[in-house]
Design a protein around this ligand. Structure first.
Ligand code: F6P
Length: 345
């Protein structure tokens, strides 16, 4: 079989580990041939290919990013795009595709499956917001990076008696904020799933100062106050929306710092962790998970089990239908947030 591999959407640590596992098992055990598609769905759309064999995947296990490149290209938002993808795959003699991506990339994979393209999906995203899998790889690394940042910020916050606000990624899910905030001992954690009261946040800040500690607030980029009508955050004008209609988020940390200074009289500063959370080497957990996903994905291809996605259920790797995997976003349940609330203030 000749198999195409692509990585789409925001990159995350562990993508190379998946590619390596797919190719090593595909070539070594099943005797498959591979073609790498560059820059996500732009690769099959524009016939951007690259060699992909065992020599190309040597030494890439610990490397962040993706040797194939990535993009947020959506063939369904291009005129005749999906037809071009199908034709190009046919012209290149590609029998099946392994698509490694998040909600958007796998959403395209689902639609292409319905059009008869043979696709197996692998879930990735630092946001951990894909239903049908307990964890996506990239998330553990992002949480570790954010936790280390929080640990470091505690000492400087205390030296200067300041409130420090750490804005983390996660889009419309609060997983990174919740986990890094819990692990780092945050004073308050704010997530998109639960609009927050600015009065209560300021009360937590004041109570933390009273106990002679400086507060650290972890805020997810998608978090919003209860009365958010007046609040215009993000950069819908400047950055626009991507091909999947997502606006760039960001700005809630700065807004929060302003509110805290005005309402409590304490100095507050914001640290936006941004893409640092996505860069660099994957954690050991993510390397193992990504490797297991890659091995399971090539098994699914070998079995001709297309239209599926590999997923983690407890400690097992299973196959689920692609359509089910992308049908809804996995967000933080209220019970989990309540566990974290015990430590607020
Ligand atoms: O989905 C991953 C993610 O890092 C989100 O947490 C974040 O909102 C978004 O991608 C940022 O996208 P970009 O890299 O295009 O700025």
């Amino acid at each position: 079989m000749r198999i195409g591999v692509l990585t789409g959407g925001g990159d995350c640590p562990g993508l190379n580990a998946v590619i390596r596992a797919v190719v090593r098992k595909g070539v070594g055990i099943y005797g498959h041939e591979f073609v790498g598609f560059r820059d996500g769905w732009r690769g099959p759309l524009e016939q951007l290919t690259t060699e992909l064999g065992v020599p190309e995947v040597r030494g890439i296990l610990p490397r962040g990013g993706t040797i194939l490149g990535s993009s947020r290209t959506n063939p369904f938002s291009v005129d005749g795009g999906s037809e071009r993808v199908r034709q190009n795959l046919h012209d290149l003699g590609v029998d099946a595709l392994v698509a490694i991506g998040g909600e958007d990339t796998l959403g395209v994979a689902t639609r292409l499956t319905e059009l008869g393209v043979n696709v197996v999906g692998v879930p990735k995203t630092i946001d951990n917001d894909l239903s049908a899998t307990d964890y996506t790889f990239g998330f553990d690394t992002a949480v570790n990076i954010a936790t280390e940042a929080i640990d470091r910020l505690h000492t400087t916050a205390e030296s200067h008696h300041r409130a420090l606000i750490v804005e983390v990624m996660g889009r419309h899910a609060g997983w990174i904020a919740l986990h890094s905030g819990l692990a780092g001992g945050a004073n308050v954690i704010l997530i998109p799933e639960i609009p927050f009261s600015i009065e209560r946040v300021c009360a937590y800040v004041e109570s933390r100062f009273q106990s002679q500690y400086a507060p650290i607030l972890v805020v997810a980029e998608g978090a919003m106050p209860e009365q958010s009508e007046q609040l215009s955050l993000g950069r819908p004008g400047a950055g626009g929306v991507d091909a999947f209609g997502h606006a760039r988020l960001g700005g809630i940390g700065e807004w929060l710092a302003g509110q805290i200074e005005t309402r409590t009289g304490k100095e507050a500063r914001t640290i936006v962790l941004g893409h640092i959370q996505r860069g660099g080497t994957p954690s050991a957990f993510d390397r193992v998970l990504a490797t297991r996903f890659g091995l399971a994905a090539i098994d699914a291809v070998q079995d001709g089990d297309f239209g599926t996605m590999v997923a983690l259920r407890a400690t097992d790797i299973v196959r689920v239908r692609l359509a089910a995997a992308t049908s809804e976003l996995k967000t933080v349940p209220a019970e989990l947030y309540a566990e974290a609330e015990v430590f607020f203030g």
